[in-house]
Design a protein around this ligand. Structure first.
Ligand code: NAD
Length: 258
């Protein structure tokens, strides 16, 4: 359990399964949580104690109003979790408009939300930003260009923010989840978690998908004072995915036998 009593946390894109895992762990640790999302149904489904805000993070005026409102309602802001993302991606065929739209949500908005929040985070004395990257930041995935590029950019943004926000006492880190039980995986697997776990088992040393709260635990650690000497770091929350080579869990050499 990480200690976040009296801390205020903003989670962008929190109206989703992974968001909920993050929210639940932050709240269990004592934090007050604000969620900014454009998914009205997802926002409505959050616990009433969560400060749910319909806010489009690609809109500068909306972001400014969001941060100002947090200051007014909660008296400050200690933690920003840049979780919102789009999977908009047609690989090599992606149009310029879709490239810009994808990078706008995944990269530019993380930078702008953080910049807008900086004065409140600086006042906090415990300011912390956690960016969501992905295993997709470091491997080639056929048919996907925008999303992996955006996640790779977030790794570098994390280092740059950590350096330039350090004078304000703000730490900046990222998490890189592996396959995690989420709306997208629920959709593709038609809601069959057991099946999704079986497919994931060959790709993850832990032998299954990650769970939203397992990602949330690492976010809460990075946001807490327990991580006071951790900044500019990326934490794999991927069950060992990134340590496996293309041979996955099974030995490949025997395949050479004719
Ligand atoms: N699903 C996985 O297995 C997985 C793996 C690695 C990393 N991740 C990362 O975890 C995070 C959550 O992933 P997910 O699969 O739950 O995604 P998701 O698409 O289910 O959720 C993203 C959320 O962001 C919100 N959002 C999108 N555009 C927005 C905007 N302009 N303003 C405000 N909110 C906006 C959406 O409404 C949605 O609620 C993402 O950053 C993703 O890259 C996911």
């Amino acid at each position: 359990m990480h200690e976040l009593t009296d801390r205020v946390a903003l989670v962008t894109g929190g109206a989703t399964k992974i968001g909920r895992g993050v929210i639940d762990v932050l709240r269990d640790a004592g934090a007050t949580v604000v969620v900014a999302d454009i998914d009205d149904a997802g926002l409505a489904a959050l616990p009433s104690e969560v400060d749910s805000q319909r806010s489009d993070i690609t809109d500068d005026d909306a972001v400014a109003a969001l941060i100002a409102g947090i200051g007014e309602r909660h008296g400050g802001l200690d933690i920003v979790v840049n979780l919102a993302a789009t999977y908009l991606d047609e690989g090599a065929e992606t149009s310029r408009a879709d490239w810009l739209a994808g990078l706008n949500v995944n990269v530019v908005s993380a930078a702008r939300v953080s910049a807008e929040a900086r004065p409140l985070l600086a006042r906090s004395g415990h300011g912390s930003i956690v960016n969501f990257t992905s295993i997709s930041s470091g491997i080639a995935q056929t048919g996907r260009w925008v999303y992996p590029v955006s996640k790779a950019a977030l790794l570098q943004l994390t280092r740059l923010q950590a350096l330039d926000y350090a004078p304000d006492g703000i730490r900046v880190n990222s998490v890189s989840p592996g396959w995690t039980w989420s709306n997208v995986i629920e959709g593709v697997s038609e809601g069959n978690l057991d099946h999704a776990d079986r497919v994931a088992s060959d790709f993850h040393i832990r032998g299954r998908l990650g769970r939203p709260e397992e990602v949330g635990q690492v976010v809460a650690f990075l946001a807490s004072d327990a991580a006071s000497f951790v900044t500019a770091a990326d934490y794999a929350v991927d069950g060992g995915y990134s340590a496996l080579g293309p041979e996955r869990q099974s030995p490949a050499i025997p395949l050479l036998a004719p």
